[in-house]
Design a protein around this ligand. Structure first.
Ligand code: SF4
Ligand code: SF4
Ligand code: SF4
Length: 195
């Protein structure tokens, strides 16, 4: 199968959060725990004109992100009890809930905020790329729910062939830290100068 990953067409995302809510529902997550998060970036301001009236230069865009099942997952070596595994066939990174001791070192190590700590059970957990659904031939819930069809998943080589190699936009950590298995079509205001 090869390494799996996500594709996000950020230029289509309306920030509706259906992906995040459906993921919460599927994984039965408490308030404040989100395996998929939708961020809003805004800058600019309203300006009064000398002759009256108001103009603005506000730019806003949304970004949906979960775990990127990285090639160099910083979460994995940070775990002192060996609870984090990267599947050798599909590259999916998972946290074994039986082994996790809730040290939260993975939470601190991940530059993307993917592992989420659950205070009720003293354990961390995160997106597993809905591998249980994939094994039944179904799509991950976030992919199936997005009304804009802004999220895709699949072998990362194929996604890169179709959509290119951008895996970092304004406001995101450097993609050289973990080599995320993620391809992004950036919103026009979110592009780094090199992308
Ligand atoms: S996004 Fe974070 S939690 Fe997911 S594999 Fe990469 S480093 Fe680990
Ligand atoms: S693949 Fe599944 S677990 Fe991961 S963000 Fe999407 S719905 Fe949540
Ligand atoms: S469901 Fe789709 S459009 Fe809505 S926030 Fe998620 S990625 Fe964006």
């Amino acid at each position: 199968m090869g390494q799996l990953g996500f594709y996000i067409n950020q230029s289509l995302c309306t920030g509706c959060k259906a992906c995040s809510v459906s993921c919460k529902d599927k994984n039965n997550l408490d308030v404040g725990i989100n395996f998929r998060r939708v961020y809003t970036y805004e800058n600019g301001s309203f300006m009064e004109q000398p002759g009256g009236g108001i103009v603005h230069n506000i730019k806003a865009f949304y970004y949906s992100i979960s775990c990127n099942h990285c090639t160099n997952p910083k979460c994995l070596p940070s775990c002192p009890v060996g609870a984090i595994f990267k599947d050798k066939d599909n590259g999916v990174v998972t946290i074994d809930q039986e082994i996790c001791q809730g040290t939260q070192l993975c939470v601190k190590a991940c530059p993307y905020g993917a592992p989420q700590y659950n205070k009720k059970v003293f354990k961390s957990n995160k997106c597993n790329l809905c591998i249980d659904l994939q094994e039944k031939g179904e799509d991950p819930v976030c992919v199936a729910t997005c009304p804009m069809r802004a999220i895709e998943f699949g072998p990362i080589d194929e996604l890169r062939k179709k959509y290119g190699n951008v895996s970092q936009i304004k406001g995101m950590p450097s993609d050289t830290i973990t080599n995320p298995n993620l391809v992004i079509t950036p919103h026009k205001d979110a592009r780094l100068s090199s992308s």
